[in-house]
Design a protein around this ligand. Structure first.
Ligand SMILES: [Mg+2]
Length: 282
Protein backbone atom coordinates (compact mmCIF):
# COMPACT_ATOMS: atom_id res chain seq x y z
CA UNK A 1 0.00 0.00 0.00
CA UNK A 2 1.23 3.48 -0.87
CA UNK A 3 2.30 5.66 2.04
CA UNK A 4 3.84 9.12 2.17
CA UNK A 5 5.22 11.25 4.97
CA UNK A 6 4.73 14.86 6.03
CA UNK A 7 7.71 15.58 8.27
CA UNK A 8 8.23 18.46 10.69
CA UNK A 9 11.85 19.58 10.88
CA UNK A 10 12.71 21.42 14.10
CA UNK A 11 12.83 18.83 16.89
CA UNK A 12 12.42 15.94 14.42
CA UNK A 13 15.26 16.27 11.90
CA UNK A 14 17.46 18.71 13.83
CA UNK A 15 17.65 20.79 16.97
CA UNK A 16 19.01 24.22 16.06
CA UNK A 17 21.86 23.39 13.73
CA UNK A 18 22.44 19.90 15.13
CA UNK A 19 21.22 16.86 13.23
CA UNK A 20 19.19 14.38 15.28
CA UNK A 21 21.12 11.10 14.92
CA UNK A 22 19.58 8.78 12.34
CA UNK A 23 17.37 11.44 10.71
CA UNK A 24 19.66 11.51 7.67
CA UNK A 25 19.42 7.71 7.32
CA UNK A 26 15.62 7.83 7.47
CA UNK A 27 15.47 10.44 4.70
CA UNK A 28 17.97 8.35 2.71
CA UNK A 29 15.66 5.35 2.89
CA UNK A 30 12.70 7.46 1.69
CA UNK A 31 14.75 8.77 -1.25
CA UNK A 32 16.12 5.34 -2.21
CA UNK A 33 12.75 3.62 -1.99
CA UNK A 34 10.94 6.46 -3.79
CA UNK A 35 8.57 7.02 -0.86
CA UNK A 36 6.93 10.45 -1.21
CA UNK A 37 7.65 12.97 1.54
CA UNK A 38 7.52 16.66 2.27
CA UNK A 39 9.20 18.66 5.00
CA UNK A 40 6.54 20.77 6.65
CA UNK A 41 7.72 23.80 8.60
CA UNK A 42 5.97 26.60 10.45
CA UNK A 43 9.06 28.75 10.05
CA UNK A 44 8.37 31.43 7.43
CA UNK A 45 11.78 33.04 7.71
CA UNK A 46 13.68 30.92 5.21
CA UNK A 47 13.01 30.28 1.54
CA UNK A 48 12.88 26.74 0.16
CA UNK A 49 16.44 27.17 -1.09
CA UNK A 50 17.64 28.36 2.33
CA UNK A 51 16.06 25.32 3.97
CA UNK A 52 17.57 23.03 1.34
CA UNK A 53 21.03 24.45 2.06
CA UNK A 54 20.58 24.14 5.83
CA UNK A 55 19.66 20.48 5.39
CA UNK A 56 22.51 19.89 2.95
CA UNK A 57 25.01 21.16 5.51
CA UNK A 58 23.72 18.52 7.90
CA UNK A 59 24.14 15.77 5.31
CA UNK A 60 20.53 15.60 4.06
CA UNK A 61 20.39 16.01 0.30
CA UNK A 62 16.88 16.77 -0.91
CA UNK A 63 15.28 18.87 -3.65
CA UNK A 64 13.65 22.24 -3.07
CA UNK A 65 10.39 20.53 -3.99
CA UNK A 66 10.68 18.44 -0.80
CA UNK A 67 10.16 21.58 1.29
CA UNK A 68 6.81 23.18 2.10
CA UNK A 69 6.77 26.20 4.42
CA UNK A 70 3.91 28.04 6.10
CA UNK A 71 4.98 31.10 4.08
CA UNK A 72 4.27 29.18 0.84
CA UNK A 73 0.95 27.89 2.18
CA UNK A 74 -0.07 31.40 3.25
CA UNK A 75 0.92 33.10 0.00
CA UNK A 76 -0.85 30.47 -2.15
CA UNK A 77 -3.99 30.69 -0.05
CA UNK A 78 -4.10 34.50 -0.16
CA UNK A 79 -3.46 34.53 -3.93
CA UNK A 80 -6.66 32.52 -4.39
CA UNK A 81 -8.61 34.96 -2.22
CA UNK A 82 -7.22 38.01 -3.98
CA UNK A 83 -5.23 37.48 -7.20
CA UNK A 84 -2.60 40.19 -7.75
CA UNK A 85 -3.34 41.65 -4.32
CA UNK A 86 -1.24 43.83 -2.06
CA UNK A 87 0.35 43.03 1.27
CA UNK A 88 2.28 44.63 4.07
CA UNK A 89 4.68 42.02 5.37
CA UNK A 90 6.16 41.73 8.84
CA UNK A 91 8.68 39.00 8.21
CA UNK A 92 11.76 38.08 6.23
CA UNK A 93 13.05 36.54 3.02
CA UNK A 94 11.03 33.34 2.98
CA UNK A 95 7.73 35.16 3.36
CA UNK A 96 8.59 38.05 1.03
CA UNK A 97 9.68 35.64 -1.72
CA UNK A 98 6.58 33.47 -1.35
CA UNK A 99 4.30 36.53 -1.57
CA UNK A 100 6.10 37.83 -4.66
CA UNK A 101 6.05 34.43 -6.36
CA UNK A 102 2.29 34.30 -5.84
CA UNK A 103 1.64 37.62 -7.51
CA UNK A 104 1.52 40.01 -4.56
CA UNK A 105 2.93 43.50 -4.47
CA UNK A 106 4.49 44.49 -1.17
CA UNK A 107 3.26 47.94 -0.15
CA UNK A 108 3.57 50.21 2.88
CA UNK A 109 0.08 51.70 2.86
CA UNK A 110 -3.49 50.54 2.25
CA UNK A 111 -2.69 46.82 1.71
CA UNK A 112 -5.31 44.10 1.28
CA UNK A 113 -3.52 42.03 3.92
CA UNK A 114 -1.10 42.50 6.79
CA UNK A 115 0.86 39.24 6.78
CA UNK A 116 2.90 38.27 9.82
CA UNK A 117 5.79 35.80 9.94
CA UNK A 118 8.86 35.45 12.11
CA UNK A 119 12.01 37.44 11.96
CA UNK A 120 14.79 39.07 13.88
CA UNK A 121 14.20 42.55 12.47
CA UNK A 122 10.67 43.37 13.61
CA UNK A 123 10.44 46.98 14.84
CA UNK A 124 7.88 48.85 16.89
CA UNK A 125 7.50 51.17 13.90
CA UNK A 126 6.47 48.27 11.69
CA UNK A 127 3.96 47.08 14.29
CA UNK A 128 2.52 50.59 14.58
CA UNK A 129 2.13 50.85 10.80
CA UNK A 130 0.45 47.43 10.79
CA UNK A 131 -2.02 48.56 13.47
CA UNK A 132 -3.07 51.56 11.37
CA UNK A 133 -3.51 49.35 8.28
CA UNK A 134 -5.57 46.74 10.15
CA UNK A 135 -7.81 49.43 11.67
CA UNK A 136 -8.07 50.87 8.17
CA UNK A 137 -9.49 47.59 6.84
CA UNK A 138 -6.51 45.37 5.96
CA UNK A 139 -7.04 41.72 6.97
CA UNK A 140 -4.67 40.37 9.63
CA UNK A 141 -3.07 37.11 8.43
CA UNK A 142 -0.71 34.92 10.47
CA UNK A 143 1.65 32.46 8.81
CA UNK A 144 1.41 30.51 12.08
CA UNK A 145 0.46 30.96 15.74
CA UNK A 146 3.45 29.33 17.43
CA UNK A 147 4.00 31.58 20.49
CA UNK A 148 7.68 30.75 20.85
CA UNK A 149 10.48 28.65 19.46
CA UNK A 150 13.15 26.82 21.45
CA UNK A 151 16.72 27.83 20.52
CA UNK A 152 20.18 26.69 21.55
CA UNK A 153 20.28 29.46 24.17
CA UNK A 154 16.68 29.41 25.36
CA UNK A 155 13.47 30.66 23.82
CA UNK A 156 12.79 33.18 21.11
CA UNK A 157 9.42 34.88 20.66
CA UNK A 158 7.48 33.37 17.78
CA UNK A 159 5.09 34.66 15.14
CA UNK A 160 2.12 33.94 17.42
CA UNK A 161 3.44 36.44 19.98
CA UNK A 162 3.66 39.20 17.35
CA UNK A 163 0.18 38.33 16.13
CA UNK A 164 -1.18 38.41 19.72
CA UNK A 165 0.26 41.90 20.09
CA UNK A 166 -1.51 43.11 16.94
CA UNK A 167 -4.76 41.40 17.98
CA UNK A 168 -4.63 43.06 21.41
CA UNK A 169 -4.11 46.53 19.97
CA UNK A 170 -6.66 46.31 17.15
CA UNK A 171 -9.32 44.04 18.67
CA UNK A 172 -9.26 42.05 15.40
CA UNK A 173 -8.65 38.32 15.22
CA UNK A 174 -5.95 36.99 12.90
CA UNK A 175 -6.55 34.19 10.40
CA UNK A 176 -3.73 31.64 10.49
CA UNK A 177 -2.70 29.32 7.67
CA UNK A 178 0.26 27.35 9.14
CA UNK A 179 0.10 24.04 11.04
CA UNK A 180 -2.33 22.93 12.50
CA UNK A 181 -4.56 24.77 10.00
CA UNK A 182 -6.26 22.31 7.63
CA UNK A 183 -5.32 24.71 4.83
CA UNK A 184 -1.62 23.91 5.12
CA UNK A 185 -2.12 20.27 6.17
CA UNK A 186 -4.34 19.57 3.17
CA UNK A 187 -2.21 21.53 0.70
CA UNK A 188 0.79 19.40 1.71
CA UNK A 189 -1.07 16.14 1.10
CA UNK A 190 -2.31 17.37 -2.28
CA UNK A 191 1.24 18.39 -3.17
CA UNK A 192 2.29 14.73 -2.78
CA UNK A 193 -0.81 13.43 -4.57
CA UNK A 194 -1.70 11.20 -1.63
CA UNK A 195 -5.07 10.15 -0.24
CA UNK A 196 -5.89 10.82 3.39
CA UNK A 197 -5.34 7.18 4.38
CA UNK A 198 -1.90 7.20 2.74
CA UNK A 199 -0.66 10.22 4.66
CA UNK A 200 1.47 10.04 7.81
CA UNK A 201 2.37 13.18 9.78
CA UNK A 202 5.57 13.00 11.85
CA UNK A 203 6.23 15.79 14.34
CA UNK A 204 7.36 16.71 17.85
CA UNK A 205 4.64 19.25 18.76
CA UNK A 206 1.15 18.24 19.87
CA UNK A 207 -0.55 21.61 19.21
CA UNK A 208 0.62 21.86 15.61
CA UNK A 209 1.91 18.62 14.02
CA UNK A 210 -0.22 16.07 15.82
CA UNK A 211 -3.39 18.19 16.10
CA UNK A 212 -3.04 19.11 12.42
CA UNK A 213 -2.72 15.44 11.45
CA UNK A 214 -5.56 14.27 13.71
CA UNK A 215 -7.92 16.93 12.31
CA UNK A 216 -7.25 15.73 8.78
CA UNK A 217 -7.61 12.03 9.58
CA UNK A 218 -3.93 11.34 8.80
CA UNK A 219 -1.99 8.83 10.80
CA UNK A 220 0.30 10.61 13.25
CA UNK A 221 3.71 9.83 14.75
CA UNK A 222 5.01 11.85 17.71
CA UNK A 223 8.78 11.97 18.18
CA UNK A 224 10.06 12.65 21.68
CA UNK A 225 13.27 14.22 20.31
CA UNK A 226 11.88 17.75 20.48
CA UNK A 227 9.65 19.79 22.74
CA UNK A 228 7.19 17.14 24.00
CA UNK A 229 7.72 14.62 26.82
CA UNK A 230 5.62 11.52 27.31
CA UNK A 231 4.12 12.88 30.55
CA UNK A 232 2.89 16.01 28.67
CA UNK A 233 0.41 13.84 26.74
CA UNK A 234 -2.01 13.80 29.70
CA UNK A 235 -2.86 17.43 29.00
CA UNK A 236 -4.37 16.67 25.61
CA UNK A 237 -7.76 15.28 24.64
CA UNK A 238 -6.24 13.89 21.44
CA UNK A 239 -3.13 11.82 20.89
CA UNK A 240 -0.79 10.48 18.22
CA UNK A 241 -1.22 7.00 16.72
CA UNK A 242 2.38 6.11 17.47
CA UNK A 243 5.06 7.52 19.82
CA UNK A 244 8.76 7.04 19.08
CA UNK A 245 11.88 8.34 20.80
CA UNK A 246 13.32 9.55 17.52
CA UNK A 247 12.69 9.52 13.79
CA UNK A 248 15.59 7.05 13.65
CA UNK A 249 13.10 4.46 14.95
CA UNK A 250 11.33 4.69 11.57
CA UNK A 251 14.39 3.71 9.53
CA UNK A 252 12.91 0.39 8.56
CA UNK A 253 10.04 2.22 6.89
CA UNK A 254 8.32 -0.73 5.25
CA UNK A 255 8.19 -2.72 8.44
CA UNK A 256 7.18 0.32 10.47
CA UNK A 257 4.23 1.04 8.20
CA UNK A 258 3.18 -2.63 8.22
CA UNK A 259 3.43 -3.27 11.95
CA UNK A 260 3.19 0.00 13.85
CA UNK A 261 0.75 2.23 12.04
CA UNK A 262 -2.83 1.30 12.81
CA UNK A 263 -5.07 1.34 9.76
CA UNK A 264 -8.17 1.98 11.84
CA UNK A 265 -11.44 2.95 10.24
CA UNK A 266 -10.68 4.59 6.94
CA UNK A 267 -14.22 5.56 5.94
CA UNK A 268 -13.11 9.18 5.82
CA UNK A 269 -10.75 8.58 2.90
CA UNK A 270 -10.60 10.97 0.04
CA UNK A 271 -12.20 9.27 -2.94
CA UNK A 272 -9.58 9.20 -5.68
CA UNK A 273 -11.36 6.77 -7.99
CA UNK A 274 -15.05 7.59 -7.99
CA UNK A 275 -16.12 4.71 -10.24
CA UNK A 276 -14.45 2.16 -7.95
CA UNK A 277 -15.83 3.88 -4.87
CA UNK A 278 -19.35 3.96 -6.28
CA UNK A 279 -19.15 0.26 -7.22
CA UNK A 280 -17.91 -0.68 -3.75
CA UNK A 281 -20.62 1.35 -2.05
CA UNK A 282 -23.51 0.43 -4.34
MG1 LIG B 1 8.97 20.79 15.57
Amino acid sequence: MKTGFLIDMDGVIYRGSELIPGADQFIDVLLRQGIPFLFLTNNSQRTRRDVQTKLQRMGIHVEESHIFTCAMATARFLAKLKPNGTAYVIGEGGLLQAMHQNGFSIVDHSPDFVVVGEGRTITLNALESAVDMILGGAKLIATNLDPSCPTKNGTRPGCGATVAYLEAVTGRKAFSVGKPSPIMMRAARKELGLATSQTVMVGDTMDTDILGGVQMGYRTVLTLSGGTRKEDLNQFAFGPDVIVDSIADLRDVGEFVQTSLPLGNRDDDTVTNFAAWAAANA
